[in-house]
Design a protein around this ligand. Structure first.
Ligand SMILES: NC(=O)c1ccc[n+]([C@@H]2O[C@H](COP(=O)([O-])OP(=O)(O)OC[C@H]3O[C@@H](n4cnc5c(N)ncnc54)[C@H](O)[C@@H]3O)[C@@H](O)[C@H]2O)c1
Length: 338
């Protein structure tokens, strides 16, 4: 697929910003539009080095705002849709924004797409959480969806909407379902960065329940490679799991973090479990493996590198923890659309 310009939604978040940096390395001439609302989860420092890049255009805006999409769509050949509310805990406290962003936001992107035949690909970023928990074995892509949090339920709505626009209107949709990502630039409210940064400051590490919950940890750059492969070789109308077969209990990750930082395990504090907490996520990623992708990063190395990143980027996360960014965003310029 020949792609000269691309629209990324949510490009100032964790995976979106890693993906933009990754794309820039792989495709130096690609024109990249980043449409981001700059919610609390965004961080413009994630792409600070892009400010003088002529082929990078940031547009501050909401995916629910069709008038912005109408300006951007004629300029691009492909869309990679990351924008979402992503923190499960927040979805339990205040689900409304999740439903609006995931469901209505994705609907607006798809509905606008009907008009623009120049766009050859809509790569929708879904999640492994839509399958729900599994005791044994792993979910292939055609498994029933059984989400259990307002986050995963609204992501399920978005995933199925994307599929329905392929099936009903023949739009060029591909769906990616990655497992839990980790790596640099992840917001400190998420499990691994929270535990690393708390441990660095000798603060308690609040572990849900007995810490028995298992996730399949995927290094963010491995995920980026899988997404690029889907752009190049994925089949329109298909969904692809992206896993790493790195299944670990939260308690084991907490212990690894403490030990790599040479801290005391007494920092780990067991707290009341998250409501509706899924015990185990596991996906079968044979389908993308057959396309020619495999994760490269060994978990222990990836975790050590991630710890190193948070150690050397203390300024980045201290600002986030102090909440300074929310004020900064208000002043931030809106770059002209080219
Ligand atoms: N992080 C993971 O482990 C993981 C795993 C599987 C799937 N995913 C999916 O990948 C995507 C990216 O996740 P992340 O962890 O990078 O998220 P994130 O929370 O770090 O970033 C989300 C970004 O989306 C932007 N955004 C939110 N609402 C918007 C709106 N209405 N309009 C425009 N921009 C908006 C935010 O400002 C932010 O920059 C999400 O769709 C998420 O569901 C994440």
């Amino acid at each position: 697929m020949n792609i000269n310009s691309i629209l990324i939604t949510g490009g100032y978040g964790f995976i979106g910003s890693n993906f933009i940096r990754f794309l820039r390395k792989k495709l130096p001439n690609l024109k990249i539009y980043n449409l981001d609302k700059l919610t609390y989860a965004a961080n413009i420092e994630n792409l600070k080095d892009f400010e003088n890049d002529k082929n990078y255009i940031f547009v501050r805006g909401d995916i629910k705002d069709r008038s912005i999409l109408e300006i951007l769509y004629p300029k691009v050949d492909a869309i990679v849709h990351f924008a979402a509310e992503t923190h499960v805990d927040r979805s339990i406290i205040a689900p409304g924004e999740f439903i609006l962003t995931e469901v209505y936001g994705t609907f607006t992107l798809l509905e606008t797409l009907k008009k623009y035949k120049n766009i050859k690909l809509f790569l929708h970023i879904s999640t492994d959480e839509i399958y729900g928990s599994i005791e044994k074995g792993s979910f292939p892509e055609n498994s029933p969806l059984n989400p259990s949090s307002p986050y995963s339920a609204s992501k399920t709505g978005a995933d199925r909407l994307a599929y329905s626009y392929y099936k009903t209107y023949e739009l060029p949709v591909i769906i990616a379902r990655p497992s839990n990502n980790y790596g640099p630039f992840q917001h400190v409210e998420k499990f691994i960065p929270l535990f690393i940064t708390n441990a660095l400051d000798n603060n308690p590490l609040p572990l849900y329940g007995k810490g028995e919950n298992m996730r399949d940890w995927l290094y963010v750059i491995d995920n980026c490679e899988a997404l690029l492969l889907l752009m190049e070789k994925g089949k329109i109308g298909e969904a692809y799991n992206i896993g790493a077969s790195n299944e670990l209990k939260n308690i084991d990750i907490a212990k690894m973090i403490v030990s790599f930082l040479e801290k005391d395990e007494s920092l780990i504090e067991f707290v009341e479990d998250r409501k509706g907490h899924d015990l185990r996520y596991s996906i079968d990623w044979t389908k993308i493996k057959n396309l020619g992708w495999e994760p490269k990063k060994n978990f222990e190395d990836g975790l050590r590198e991630t710890i190193e990143w948070y150690k050397t980027n203390r300024q980045w996360w201290e600002k986030v923890k102090r909440g300074e960014f929310s004020n900064f965003y208000k002043k931030y310029y809106k770059r002209e659309i080219q």
